[in-house]
Design a protein around this ligand. Structure first.
Ligand code: APR
Length: 226
């Protein structure tokens, strides 16, 4: 079976009603990254950080996967599909994708702030005083700015092993995730789906300047019929 690696960003969840980060009215327009998404912010004002993620987690419970997430599941009929997502939502899993790697963590999980191997399901709000089994404060299982991206090695392998790369809904601004494309096989074609693409087309990169729900469905139909 041919292998496809799909790199997704906030844009694939936009039509589900989940805010992106850098579009107008994006998440970073209403919040300072340094106030809510760094380890220093959590030390300085843990309640503010916990509330930021509580709000996003509550909002996630009210949305559902869209046609783009679902089309990627259909792709598994003919290809070995691995999703590598920068998103912390669980919409790929809820759509039914069987292989999802979260580079930046997961909103529906928390972890010990002292031992990052102690990870817990977290569907409810998280508060100061909620402790792990070793009695240290629980924190969102999110990779904050300035923190390591532990899944990067696995992501690089998935990109390198792929025969086809699909990139959906990312502004390609945040490293190391944005650098994953550099690890692809030279002859592996890249399909880049975004209404406002931030990269140029080349002999191996085809831009599909459409919203994910339309663009992904069209590409999946093409790949399933080829
Ligand atoms: N369909 C497809 N793409 C879309 C849609 C849509 N309906 N709506 C917006 N987009 C595109 C935008 O054009 C933009 O290129 O999605 C991209 C969203 O870019 P960002 O908001 O920067 O999100 P992302 O690239 O995922 O951010 C990467 O930055 O803040 C950190 O950790 C955070 O994982 C996040 C990382």
């Amino acid at each position: 079976m041919k292998k496809i690696c799909v790199l997704t960003g906030a844009g694939i969840s936009a039509e589900s009603g989940v805010k992106t980060f850098r579009d107008e009215d994006g998440l970073w327009e209403n919040h300072e990254i340094t106030e809510v998404a760094t380890p220093e912010a959590f030390l300085r004002n843990p309640e503010l950080v916990l509330d930021f993620y509580n709000q996003r987690r509550r909002q996630l419970m009210g949305v559902k996967p869209n046609a783009a997430h679902t089309a990627l599941v259909d792709l598994e009929k003919k290809y070995e599909v691995h999703i590598v997502t920068q998103n912390v939502d669980d919409l790929h899993e809820r759509a039914g994708s069987s292989s999802v790697l979260h580079l930046h963590g997961e909103l529906t999980k928390s972890r010990s702030s002292k031992n990052d191997q102690l990870i817990y399901d977290q569907k409810e709000d998280l508060y100061l005083g909620d402790l792990c089994e070793k009695n240290s404060q629980l924190r969102p299982h999110i990779v904050w700015f300035g923190e390591a991206v532990p899944e990067m090695e696995n992501a690089i392998s998935l990109v390198f092993e792929a025969d086809i790369i699909i990139i959906i809904g990312t502004s390609m601004q945040v490293y190391p995730a944005a650098g994953l494309i550099d690890f692809k096989k030279d002859n592996a074609p890249v399909y880049f789906i975004d209404p406002k693409p931030t990269i140029q087309s080349t002999d191996t990169i085809e831009l599909i300047s459409e919203k994910a729900s339309q663009g992904v469905q069209k590409l999946v139909d093409k790949l399933l019929s080829s």
